[in-house]
Write a protein that binds this ligand. Structure first.
Ligand code: PRP
Length: 185
């Protein structure tokens, strides 16, 4: 669905990124990845559920073979804020030993989830672990998480669409927009 189907739910004129802008940026990142991993096998690890759209479009933008696997994790803690204590709901099927791993995320907010995930995946003997995220909020930059590929740095607003949800809604919105306060307050 597009913005016309969620009329009134998004801040007016606050569409952060159109479908076209997202696609263009992911293609640019794909070219970087092709260069950086030239001659090496690559395993993309998507973090459910938000990363589904990014994974689908990034993987299809890559003009090379990749493998894909998925993890589902859940943060303990109250409200919308991550606590940094993470529980694995669905683990990888793939043995990471000797593999080049690229974690694919939709958004890094506090950075706590990724910080935990990096440590967890590195303990499994991979050749390398890097991160690609479509969006990154400023707070995340205060965490000690080195992110190799960032689509866009965004302000600290409540964004939805393109995989990002509010109460499981808006994930299938083609663009990314700022949720109007009357929806979540
Ligand atoms: C989102 C996002 C990251 C995490 C980032 O997932 O996909 O995994 O939050 O937050 P952090 O940087 O503050 O740790 P969420 O927990 O909302 O689950 P979802 O992907 O199923 O929507």
């Amino acid at each position: 669905m597009d913005q016309t189907h969620v009329d009134g739910d998004l801040e007016l004129d606050q569409t952060l990124f159109t479908e076209e802008q997202i696609t263009t940026r992911l293609r640019e990142i794909a070219r970087e990845i092709e260069k950086d991993y030239d001659g090496r096998d690559l395993l993309l690890v998507g973090v459910l559920k938000g990363a589904v759209m990014v994974m689908a479009d990034l993987a299809r933008s890559l003009d090379r073979h990749v493998e894909m696997d998925w993890m589902a994790v859940s943060s303990y803690g109250s409200g919308t804020k991550s606590s940094g204590v993470v529980r694995i709901l669905k683990d990888l099927d793939t043995d990471l030993n000797g593999r080049h791993v690229l974690i694919v995320e939709d958004i890094i907010d506090t950075g706590l989830t990724l910080s935990w995930l990096i440590t967890n995946l590195k303990s499994r003997g991979p050749a390398s672990v890097e991160i690609a995220t479509l969006l990154r909020k400023p707070e995340a930059q205060q965490m000690d998480v080195a992110v190799k590929y960032v689509g866009f740095d965004i302000p600290n607003a409540f964004v939805v669409g393109y995989g990002l949800d509010f109460n499981e809604k808006y994930r299938n919105l083609r663009c990314i927009g700022t949720l109007a306060p009357h929806i979540y307050s």
